[in-house]
Design a protein. Sequence first.
Length: 278
Amino acid sequence: MKVIKNNVLHSVPVIKQKVDDLSDLPYIPADPLPKKSFAMYIVGFSSSGKTTLLLSMLLSHPTKKKPDIPRFYYRFFDKIFLISPSKDTLPLEKLKIDDSRIFAKYNNEVIEEIIDTEKEGENLNNVIVIDDSIKQIKNNSRFHSIILNRRHLTQNPDEDNQAGLSIVVMSQKYNAADLITRVNMSDIILFRTESSKERDAIKEELMADLDKPIQDKLLKLAWKDKYSFLYIKNYLPTKDRYYVRFDKVIFDNDEIHLVDEEDELEIKKDIQDLENKK
């Protein structure tokens, strides 16, 4: 195989779009958390820890007594919309979700109401959480359209700041969502499953860039502890794609290593120092 270089069209300049602007956000969430207009799929059976994780991401923040608690998305979103038939089991008073933004059942009319409301006002950074409603969104072409166009749907062109619509879908089974929904999720969090069918689908659809022995080894590592999970950033290359909880996975031939954010920064610094010495 041979590639002939095009000396005229040798590069594609990166042109930032308005929807990529992060300057209007109250703060930038720490890596590897997605920053804006993301679609997150959280999968785990009942009592696996998925609801606890969601609540932690929305409510956890450092305090004077506990300064080391991480801040995920605490007071990050302007508005939270919740669609869940089991909404009464959630601490809605802590989440500070207005009654007008809570819906017991998913349907296209509810989604249209949310989107139309957002278009009428100023551009905001909002999130829709869809829980226990996987049957209603399965093979739903309108929902597919929302997932694919979420970066632009709620923008009011008369406003200067940029809208951001993020979507979090929660399910007990990975395969419960249809294929279009699954492959278009930007961020996927997978708690342990004992189903071989589920595991095979995860490996085939999300981990095809890894050899099978590495796939098995990574799943075993990610699910070793009861409430641990595999986090996949679905749009990134292999070296930046996989996390066990929020610790980055480093592949070294057939070995798998985990590094936290501080370790990764130190590694990058060492590499840069070596480059500078050359």
